[in-house]
Design a protein around this ligand. Structure first.
Ligand SMILES: *[C@@H]1O[C@H](CO)[C@@H](O)[C@H](O)[C@H]1NC(C)=O
Ligand SMILES: *[C@@H]1O[C@H](CO)[C@@H](O)[C@H](O)[C@H]1NC(C)=O
Ligand SMILES: *[C@@H]1O[C@H](CO)[C@@H](O)[C@H](O)[C@H]1NC(C)=O
Ligand SMILES: *[C@@H]1O[C@H](CO)[C@@H](O)[C@H](O)[C@H]1NC(C)=O
Ligand SMILES: *[C@@H]1O[C@H](CO)[C@@H](O)[C@H](O)[C@H]1NC(C)=O
Ligand SMILES: *[C@@H]1O[C@H](CO)[C@@H](O)[C@H](O)[C@H]1NC(C)=O
Ligand SMILES: *[C@@H]1O[C@H](CO)[C@@H](O)[C@H](O)[C@H]1NC(C)=O
Length: 827
């Protein structure tokens, strides 16, 4: 009986599989010769990524044949066949002729679009196929070179560049590919804007508006386009550029197929790289070469240079002056600059090096890929119309030669990844450079500044000393208990800035509930206003709390010696009998957790602000670990301990648990493990071992929480029981990090920065402390664009149970033994 049931089940599943196979193959990816696809029918690529058929854009009734993403974003069309000859009814047909030509016919059978002329090369048995890349090809059904189809849509792009496409010129066939924007959002017909690899002179990327140049990505320098300093391979894609006798082509490839990206010239003329974020069902801007006003072609005219950080942005290159000063002064820079001293092509002429720039327009240029820079200079100097030279290929220390003739236009200055350009100058300018007036001025100013600062500093120190003494006197007369009952060195305590209790009582309206900001670990916190109007936060150690006394002293001693813009500043402390109080600068925006975990307020925290906060915390922590006089381990870094000032600058607070280390000590052991679940490094939670690397771990958790807007602890996912760290690591391994991005991050998001932050966060939470970077490396990683090593598995990424909800509260255990029943386990 049981066997029979088994058998029936088996048969059923076989039937299901066969059915699935039939339905699968019925969604064909090919059009065979003489076959017709009617409006309403489609063909689908083998893995269901792309679909080809008839469509109408938004707000339009016109019918077009196009290719779009099938599973994701069905409205996103990457290619349109008959963009300029739309059908007006839904009775159009697409077919493949016996000659291997794709044609679109209208209701009366008139051909409104064809893939090729009758002069196309003969095909014996043609078939058309939609490939997984989104490429529609016509090829021989059997035999034939799959790399070289008879016809392919990738050779005739619309406005979208997808991985696998080549962009450039094939000198053998004479075919040039370029992109043309849609006319408007709902109108695929050819718009104003086109993108080219221009081959006049040395090849460069340009965006044209009609026949005018709108934007120049600049010449390829071996690593990237000169005008796109941020272009570099990352965890999403790589790219390449081929330049030889046969072809010039630029292409990009995905690092793995998990990410979906396209590059599109928008109807507005913006050339954008977009990335599909599956969790948000949305395309987000990943990168664009057009970042600021300086990207407007020729904005500063000939021999002008644009720097967006200057005001005005345009300036003349050194040795040049405005051609039309009156216009120049009213921000009309179109006339550009001219030489202060004209050239005469004499033998004394030479070159001045300008650094950090986007190379000028290469329309009138010449190049040689084998010459070196010295040979390049010789060749340029020999020809009087040669105005500048540069290295053609910056990879591997630089090689090749690039020469410019005539005016130099469209130069921009970059803070990072700019290039060197050598500009021809008359002998007089070269001489002036040697005894530059700039250097002289500096020599005079420097001593003056240093003398002044010494004077100012002494005055300040003297003043502070006096003020502090008088304050301490007042407070100490009132209460001596603090010193009497204290075993730690009195010398430290003497540095404490004390304040009178009555002053604080007045400032907080007698600690009224109205002024209460919240309840900290050891008692309530009040807002106060001092007599001079200064706003402060007053932390009152609760009378009943005996355990807090050590932390109180610890915090006072630790923080009174620290000063950094990313640490909350302790202004005063006060002791009167059992009353102990700490007075801090007031932080109007409260703590970070009140933003990122709050559905409404998290919207106020756009990506630039989040990135600013992450960077600030990193700098504050670096100061604690390394730059302050003491080496301080915070031990309780978490989102609720990050306060935000008026300008959303982050300030690390709550030094109750902090420990300072002597000179070379890097690690310590405690049998009193304090910290917060979800932020504690494994070696600390399990063995009580803490070091700067356990703070780095907590910092990593913080970064992931800020990026995702989710708590590490209590993180829930329907498919697994990993915590946030584990989830992030899993996605990172699969190249899907972007799925982590907080739903509330708006269009302002900078995807390369987000990816980098997640990557750095994962490096910080690695299982082994020695694998984690120190904070100085972390700060460098955020500030530069160098490659990051792949993270090893994180510690504590699996949570067996979540039994309590004290996720953000500070807990404490007096013995390490108790920790054997830890709720977390490393896998
Ligand atoms: C192509 O299709 C037409 C019309 O459907 C038909 O008359 C013709 O015989 C077909 N040719 C071949 C070679 O199948
Ligand atoms: C489509 O029409 C609606 C209403 O007429 C309008 O709000 C919307 O902007 C249009 N969309 C496009 C893409 O033109
Ligand atoms: C179909 O196309 C032909 C050729 O382009 C044209 O002459 C004819 O008017 C079109 N018919 C319809 C119904 O659009
Ligand atoms: C068709 O042939 C003409 C002349 O040979 C040529 O100018 C045109 O570009 C060709 N069209 C296509 C789609 O190949
Ligand atoms: C630049 O140089 C590298 C090797 O140094 C070479 O592989 C690459 O093809 C060169 N690129 C160009 C555009 O010359
Ligand atoms: C480039 O320079 C090298 C060395 O000076 C020379 O041999 C070669 O012919 C030059 N190539 C071109 C295309 O001018
Ligand atoms: C200088 O270069 C220009 C442009 O390449 C060329 O037309 C001209 O003949 C050269 N002059 C000399 C003297 O080599």
């Amino acid at each position: 009986m049981a066997e029979q049931v088994q058998f029936t089940k088996l048969c059923l599943s076989i039937v299901v599989v066969i059915y699935a196979l039939i339905t699968c193959t019925s969604a064909a990816d090919t059009i065979s010769a003489n076959q017709t696809i009617k409006d309403g029918e489609t063909i689908v690529s083998p893995q269901q990524t792309f679909e080809l058929g008839f469509f109408s854009p938004k707000n339009s009734t016109k019918r077009f044949v196009g290719i779009w993403y099938k599973r994701i974003s069905p409205g996103t069309v990457i290619w349109v066949a008959n963009r300029n000859t739309p059908l007006t009814t839904t009775s159009g047909e697409l077919s493949l002729t016996l000659d291997g030509i794709l044609v679109i016919r209208n209701a009366t059978g008139g051909v409104i679009w064809a893939s090729a002329n009758s002069s196309a090369p003969p095909v014996k048995k043609p078939v058309s196929q939609l490939l997984e890349t989104g490429n529609l090809v016509v090829r021989e059904e059997t035999g034939g070179n799959p790399e070289n189809p008879v016809w392919q849509s990738f050779d005739f792009p619309t406005d979208t560049f997808v991985p696998g496409m080549k962009f450039g010129t094939d000198f053998v066939t004479g075919r040039e590919t370029h992109f043309t924007s849609w006319k408007a959002d709902g109108d695929p017909s050819s718009g104003e804007f086109t993108v080219w690899i221009d081959t006049q002179g040395y090849p460069q990327l340009i965006v044209r508006d009609g026949s005018d140049v709108k934007f120049r990505g600049g010449p390829w320098n071996g690593e990237r386009f000169s005008g796109e300093p941020k272009l570099r391979p990352d965890s999403v894609y790589t790219f390449g550029f081929i330049l030889n006798q046969r072809e010039i082509n630029y292409h990009f490839d995905l690092v793995n197929n998990a990410a979906i990206t396209r590059v599109t010239i928008q109807p507005t003329g913006d050339f954008e790289r977009l990335l599909w974020i599956e969790t948000r069902k949305q395309w987000l801007l990943y990168q664009t070469p057009q970042t600021d006003n300086c990207d407007r072609y020729k904005l500063c005219g000939a021999f002008g240079s644009c720097n967006i950080n200057n005001s005005p942005a345009c300036g003349c290159l050194k040795g040049f002056e405005p051609t039309a000063p009156d216009q120049w002064n009213v921000a009309d820079w179109s006339q550009g600059c001219r030489r202060s001293t004209p050239l005469d092509c004499g033998p004394e002429e030479g070159f001045i090096k300008y650094s950090g720039i986007k190379l000028p327009d290469t329309q009138k240029s010449w190049f040689n890929q084998t010459m070196n820079l010295d040979e390049c200079e010789v060749v340029c100097k020999r020809n009087c119309s040669c105005t500048a030279y540069a290295t053609q290929n910056v990879t591997a220390g630089g090689s090749g030669c690039l020469l410019w003739f005539g005016e130099l236009v469209d130069i921009k200055t970059f803070a990072e990844n700019g290039q060197d350009l050598y500009i021809r100058m008359p002998a007089s300018e070269l001489a002036a450079k040697g005894k530059s007036s700039g250097v002289k001025k500096l020599k005079i100013i420097l001593p003056v500044i240093s003398v002044l600062s010494v004077i100012l500093a002494s005055v300040y120190i003297f003043y502070r000393f006096k003020k502090r003494k008088s304050m301490q006197k007042g407070a100490l007369e009132e209460d001596n208990e603090y010193h009497a009952g204290n075993e730690s060195s009195n010398k430290d305590d003497l540095e404490l800035p004390l304040i009178d209790f009555s002053v604080l009582r007045k400032a907080t309206a007698n600690f009224s509930d109205y002024n209460k900001l919240g309840e900290g670990g050891f008692g309530p916190v009040y807002k106060g206003v001092m007599e001079d109007g200064q706003e402060v936060a007053v932390k009152r150690l609760s009378r009943t709390s005996t355990q807090g006394l050590d932390e109180f002293k610890n915090e006072v001693i630790t923080i009174s010696k620290l000063q950094h813009r990313n640490l909350v500043r302790l202004l005063w402390c006060s002791i009167k009998g059992a009353e102990k109080m700490l007075v801090y600068e007031y932080m109007p925006n409260k703590s970070l957790d009140s933003f990122i975990f709050d559905e409404n307020r998290s919207n106020a925290l756009d990506w630039p602000t989040r990135f600013h906060i992450i960077n600030g915390i990193a700098k504050g922590l670096l100061y604690l670990h390394q730059d302050s006089r003491l080496r301080i381990i915070h031990r309780d870094l978490k989102v609720s301990n990050i306060l935000l000032d008026h300008d959303m600058n982050p300030k690390i607070s709550d030094f109750g648990m902090a420990r300072s280390f002597g000179g070379n000590q890097i690690e310590a052991n405690t049998n009193r493990v304090v910290g917060t679940y979800g932020y504690m490094a494994p070696e600390y939670a399990a063995d009580g071992l803490f070091s700067i690397k356990s703070d780095v771990f907590s910092f990593g958790v913080l970064v992931l929480e800020i990026v995702t807007g989710k708590r590490n602890r209590g993180f829930y996912h329907k498919e697994h029981s990993n915590n946030l760290i584990g989830h992030a690591w899993g996605l990172h391994k699969d190249g899907k990090s972007l799925e982590l991005v907080a739903a509330s991050l708006s269009e302002s998001i900078n995807l390369p920065e987000v990816l980098r932050s997640i990557h750095v966060g994962l490096l910080c939470v690695q299982q082994r402390p020695e694998d984690r970077p120190n904070m100085s490396s972390v700060v460098l990683m955020f500030g530069s664009e160098g490659e990051l090593s792949p993270p090893k598995p994180p510690g504590f990424f699996y949570e067996k149970t979540i039994t309590d909800n004290t996720s953000s509260s500070t807990f404490e255990m007096r013995s390490t033994n108790e920790l054997t029943i830890t709720m977390l386990s490393a896998r």
